[in-house]
Design a binder for this molecule. Structure first.
Ligand SMILES: NC(=O)c1ccc[n+]([C@@H]2O[C@H](COP(=O)([O-])OP(=O)(O)OC[C@H]3O[C@@H](n4cnc5c(N)ncnc54)[C@H](O)[C@@H]3O)[C@@H](O)[C@H]2O)c1
Length: 596
């Protein structure tokens, strides 16, 4: 018969513990909330009160329900209070020794039937369990941050966890309105194993001044629809906790260099820059514990953001190409008031592109995004041509032709002959080195990358890529144009994958490896990332949409450029591509799309 769980103990009321207390108390369960000292207890209590007050202010919680919630919690110092708990979950710092000592003590204090649970993110639940005399009643219950909001719970069973304990905890999760995935004890479980390599990589980019913190975060939010950027997420998790998780994952997870904590993380922890909880991490907050950002010395000034300094005026924009990206980019520039010269390889192609632009603008009218007059004016600004010579008067040329270096190089050489001096020449490549295009011309200082996302009219992100030869003026011009389009330009150096693809695809590849290792199913992995981290799509859903062939090609580029062993394409991805399972477009990828 299932165990009655009516009183739960929570040990440690920091970032996670305070949230976990709230989750239980909200669902009618009595909570014994325990800390090490009066000061820590007070901090935990005020975090909790702050969180419930915010929920009331936002209309998400009734004041009476808040009072009832708070009345279910008793705050205590010391473990003695946990004698009668049916289940105890700990959320103390991520250190194995500390947790083992704590579990030995809990084993002595708690009643024999009590389940002892850890909220560890990366430590071995098995190693923690054997510090007790009841390892079969020890389990991992891994909540996500912020616990009251994120719906996922990873339930981690060891080889000795009793099946009825697993069942009781699964039933408890359902009572809490959470979705659980039950998995074996492996470093980082599902979500963190996929998340932390990505977070650490983002820190490395910031540390190398590859892009600014704002740009790295904006890139992932706008390019992938993530609820927050990686550096803001590091601040939310807490840099000390993130350090411990990375360190453990490195040691337990096969010494993958991608988990070796970036040196900057350790330095920040030593300097007390722990993220939101200390008021300062990658960003600066109003006060410790506050989510409100305040400007600091790294915050871009208004003039920097506008990037108008030294920018050349642009009136006419040439767009070369006739595919999806070219079509979208023509529409974007025309809508923003630029004269556009579209160049394709023939009148027939031009007619098709023109039709596609018209269709898309018509859709905009139907949806009330623009008026008929605006549509007609935008179309009136585009001229259609099949000869590059018509770009002689353009101030900016954007190429969006096929992703083949030789084709792009030949085009850049031709543009170099035709275009006026000082014109900015841009490539939309998503994977080729921009410098290779630049060096096909006699004016590499004027060449930049403008990496639009698909569909260009809808996606507000543009990666603005400068090579080691790009002039400050060309970069300023490119940034100003992107701003004038109403898009967010993220400036980065010319490295494989720029910001978004370099951070996104290794994570997708890791998900494929996890599936390949039979650690979990595609459905559970997708769910873990959506419900645990707020991603709009799980990795396998996204891979099927992007196309497995495209994903494999990008992953290969990243691997070739960086030679990072962890970036080697997952064999399963290669096999699926060889088998023709390319994703939605082929009717089958990780999932079968024919019957849907
Ligand atoms: N931060 C996250 O995003 C996140 C997400 C999921 C899981 N976790 C895991 O949750 C656990 C806690 O992490 P956190 O980020 O909340 O840490 P934290 O540093 O914010 O909080 C830890 C709390 O534990 C208290 N504490 C320390 N020793 C104690 C003891 N012996 N008895 C009682 N309380 C004690 C501290 O006073 C502090 O309030 C870790 O195992 C971590 O891996 C963290």
């Amino acid at each position: 018969m299932a165990r009655e769980i009516s009183t739960v103990g929570v040990v440690g009321l920091g970032t996670m513990g305070a949230g976990i207390v709230e989750v239980f108390a909200r669902n009618g369960i009595d909570v014994l909330a325990v800390e090490v000292s009066d000061a820590a207890l007070e901090r935990g209590r005020s975090t909790l009160v702050g969180s419930t007050d915010r929920a009331v202010a936002k209309g998400k919680l009734d004041p009476a329900d808040r009072d009832a919630l708070l009345s279910r919690i008793s705050f205590e110092v010391g473990l003695g209070a946990l004698r009668d708990a049916d289940l105890v979950i700990e959320a103390v710092p991520e250190q194995l020794d500390l947790k083992r000592r704590l579990f030995a003590e809990l084993d002595r204090v708690c009643k024999p039937t009590a389940i002892l649970a850890t909220n560890t993110s990366s430590l071995s639940v098995t190693e923690i369990s054997v510090a007790t005399q009841r390892p079969n009643q020890v389990i991992g219950i891994h909540f996500f941050n912020p616990a009251p909001i994120m719906r996922l719970v990873e339930v981690v069973r060891t080889v000795v966890t009793a099946p009825e304990v697993v069942a009781d905890v699964e039933a408890l999760c359902a009572r809490l309105g959470k979705v659980d995935v039950t998995i074996n004890d492996r470093a980082g479980f599902i979500a963190n194993a996929l998340l932390f390599g990505y977070l650490n990589h983002a820190v490395t980019m910031y540390e190398a001044r590859y892009a600014s913190r704002e740009d790295i975060d904006a890139a992932m939010k706008l390019g992938c629809g993530l609820p927050m950027g990686p550096l803001a997420l590091m601040d939310l998790i807490g840099l000390d906790t993130a350090y411990e998780i990375l360190d453990t994952m490195y040691r337990r997870g096969g010494r993958d260099r991608r988990h070796a904590p970036a040196p900057l993380v350790k330095q920040m922890v030593t300097a007390g820059l722990l993220g939101r909880k200390s008021g300062r991490g990658f960003y600066t907050y109003e006060k410790p514990g506050s989510p409100v950002l305040v400007p600091d010395e790294e915050t871009p000034t208004a003039t920097e953001s506008a990037a108008a300094d030294g920018a050349r005026g642009i009136a006419t924009v040439g767009v070369v190409g006739s595919g999806t990206m070219a079509t979208g980019i023509i529409e974007v520039f025309a809508k923003a008031g630029y004269e556009v010269v579209s160049v394709t390889r023939g009148a027939e192609k031009s007619a098709r592109v023109c039709e596609a632009v018209k269709r898309s603008l018509d859709k905009g009218v139907v949806r009330g995004r623009l008026t008929e007059e605006e549509r007609d004016a935008a179309l009136g600004r585009v001229s259609w041509s099949a000869t590059l010579e018509h770009l002689a008067d353009a101030d900016l040329v954007v190429e969006a032709v096929v992703e083949e270096l030789s084709v792009k190089q030949a085009l850049f050489a031709a543009l170099d002959e035709i275009c006026k001096p000082g014109v900015v020449l841009a490539t939309t490549t998503s994977s080729l080195p921009v410098i290779q295009c630049a060096m096909a011309t006699q004016r590499p200082a004027d060449v930049v990358g403008l990496h639009f996302f698909n569909p260009a009219p809808a996606m507000s992100l543009v990666e603005v890529v400068h090579t080691i030869r790009t002039s400050a003026r060309a970069l300023a011009t490119a940034r100003a144009v992107v701003a004038a389009l109403g898009k967010t330009g993220v400036v980065c150096a010319d490295r494989a994958g720029f910001v978004v693809n370099a951070l996104l695809f290794p994570y997708l590849n890791d998900a494929v490896r996890m599936l390949e290792a039979s650690y979990s199913t595609a459905d559970d992995i997708d769910n873990a990332m959506k419900l645990g981290c707020g991603y709009p799509m799980g990795p396998f859903e996204l891979l099927d949409v992007v196309g497995l062939d495209v994903s494999l090609a990008i992953q290969r580029e990243l691997y070739l450029e960086l030679r990072e062993p962890g970036f080697a394409p997952a064999p399963l991805l290669e096999h699926l591509v060889t088998a023709g399972y390319l994703g939605r477009k082929a009717g089958r990828g990780f999932r079968d799309h024919t019957s849907r």
